[in-house]
Write a protein that binds this ligand. Sequence first.
Ligand code: AMP
Length: 170
Amino acid sequence: MNFNDYIRNIPDFPKEGILFKDITPLLKNNRAFKAAIDALIEIYKDEEIDYIVGIEARGFIIGTPMAYALNKGFIPVRKPGKLPYDKYTASYDLEYGSSELEIHSDAFSKGDKILLVDDLLATGGTTKASVDLIEKLGGEIVGIAFLLELKDLNGRDMIEGYDIFTLLQH
Ligand code: AMP
């Protein structure tokens, strides 16, 4: 299975100069989607994990089947104004623009072991903001998993010291 056959490059989206990695062909193909999730869960099947935290929106698509397969609960990190209860907010810079992310203040307990999941590691800003939110709640990040890493953007530098796994590297 060559997962790269199912990643579509869209130049200049959503802004000029950005090469957007479209994962919808992978999600649409039952074998590619299953094989990608299976490869990710294989990495973490023996890891001690309390919860999987996924980042809106494509982190939900990757993180929830992982949580289901690993028999863990799923916790969303969401874009502003979506979470209904008490929450913490973190600001971050994107490859294109800036934004904020939020997590419920009671999402998990201090000391819980967290696997953080998103679809793609670009500059690392989104992940770093999510790491900050998890650590504000006292979570212990046991791993950070991505479908795809854009190596030239050096996102790993933003989240140095954490156990990072990326299924594909572009
Ligand atoms: P970053 O904070 O720069 O690491 O950006 C990561 C987030 O933005 C991920 O949630 C991705 O879904 C999205 N993203 C950033 N750059 C791209 C890209 N070139 N193609 C597709 N998604 C991207």
